[in-house]
Design a protein around this ligand. Structure first.
Ligand code: NAD
Ligand code: DAU
Length: 360
């Protein structure tokens, strides 16, 4: 019999957002057993979790959510009380060149987890309290809503209208999660978040890519004319929203998460260039010379912007950081962790698991 109050399976915990969620839960809730299930694709990196890997309530499990037998066995052998599901293929450009990978992980992988939870939780009756309930918490994106024009915000009632293979696969997984609630009574919650930024983000995404390239005097690619707008949220604020929703949201509910922080890509890059000039002691305007307009992304959504009033009103969550402060913190982190970036770009980090875990 486990001495832990609950065993929580976090999928994709070696990725960007997942590592922040794992860290927050492992440190804040020593009474929870946290299982981090991750395949360690190019985007998964155990170096992101070095500071907590030896804590007694943390365990890493290498595995693929697409492997149904493995997932079924995991749920049979571990008494999993709740799932926070972040594992996914997450990069829009990669989904354009390889959509099937996104269907496999984001759709089939999600359904495998839902089936295993359904099997494992079949005998349990609904708990009275939110803190004891079984829960399948699915982490999703604002991209399922498609694109906005110059005005308006995505609310929880906005119709789904995904355009990229990535967003279509996430929309599909959201629908599957809701269908398991409505059809089989599986206790689920979904949240849809805007663009995250912060430490440990793989440098294929706009902000870490730009920081990395500016640091190394390489061109900073801006798609099209840089007119597209994204609503940026500091990753630790997303993790705190996930904590809030996990503990407080009613079963069957959906919440949008965002920072009320819209930036045109080109303005964001100019802001980043200014910070980088200051940090690297370059004269003003040096980094901006690296900006290079390149061919636009196919099907590029113009604007995302989240109305997060529901989570603020009902659950009392709000972002903690102003963007200027968050961006500065982020730049400082990447500049201080050049070794982390080097390991990624050289592929060296992929050996970390073998070194750390093969003999355990
Ligand atoms: P990421 O690409 O940094 O990490 C994904 C993680 O999932 C990696 O550790 C990877 O190894 C793991 N993974 C991939 N395929 C797997 C598989 N088949 N089996 C097990 N593990 C697998 O992604 P992220 O940016 O941290 O996003 C995490 C989640 O949050 C995703 O579901 C994404 O759709 C969602 N999301 C991301 C953002 C954002 O701005 N990054 C915003 C809203 C929602
Ligand atoms: O909105 C939430 C989504 O945000 C998440 O669901 C995705 O997982 C995450 O990858 C992110 O998607 P985006 O496509 O918005 O993020 P990305 O960093 O790839 O691009 C941000 C914007 O910058 C977008 O308009 C495309 C543009 N861009 C991106 C890259 C990589 C460029 O102009 N140049 C680039 O090199």
């Amino acid at each position: 019999m486990s001495s832990y109050k609950r065993t929580i399976l976090i999928t994709g915990g070696a990725g960007f957002i997942g590592s922040h969620v794992v860290r927050l839960f492992v440190k804040k809730y020593p009474e929870y057993r946290i299982l981090n299930l991750d395949k360690l694709t190019y985007a998964g990196n155990l170096e992101n979790l070095k500071d907590i890997e030896d804590l007694p309530n943390y365990e890493f499990i290498k595995g693929d959510i697409v492997d149904n037998e493995f997932i079924q066995n995991l749920f049979k052998t571990r008494a999993i009380d709740a799932v926070i599901h972040l594992a996914a293929e997450s990069h829009v450009d990669r989904s354009i060149s390889n959509p099937m990978e996104f269907v496999m992980t984001n759709v089939i992988g999600t359904v495998n987890l839902l089936n295993a939870a359904k099997m494992s939780w079949a005998q349990s009756s609904a708990a009275d309290s939110l803190s004891e309930r079984k829960l399948f918490y699915h982490i999703s994106t604002d991209e399922v809503y498609g694109t906005l024009g110059a005005s308006g915000l995505f609310t929880e009632e906005t119709s789904y209208d995904p355009h990229s293979p990535y967003s279509a696969s996430k929309a599909s997984s959201d629908h599957m999660v809701r269908s398991y609630h409505d059809t089989y009574g599986i206790p689920v919650v979904i949240s849809n978040c805007s663009n995250n930024y912060g430490s440990f983000q793989f440098p294929e995404k706009l902000i870490p890519l730009a920081i990395h390239n500016i640091r190394n005097n390489r061109p900073v690619p801006v798609y099209g004319k840089g007119e597209n707008i994204r609503d940026w949220l500091f990753v630790e604020d997303h993790a705190s929203a996930i904590d809030t929703i996990f503990h407080k949201a009613k079963t069957g509910s959906t919440y949008n998460i965002g920072g009320h922080n819209e930036w045109k890509n080109i303005d964001l890059i100019h802001e980043l260039c200014k910070i980088m000039d200051r940090k690297l002691h370059r004269s003003e305007g040096t980094s901006a010379k690296l900006i290079t307009f390149v061919k636009d992304r196919a099907g590029h959504d113009l604007r995302y912007a989240i109305d997060s009033s529901k989570i603020q009103r009902e659950l009392g969550w709000k972002p903690s950081l102003q963007f200027e402060e968050g961006l500065e913190k982020t730049v400082d982190w990447y500049l201080a962790h050049e070794d982390w970036l080097q390991h990624l770009t050289s592929g060296e980090y992929l050996h970390y698991y073998e070194q750390q875990y093969s003999h355990r």
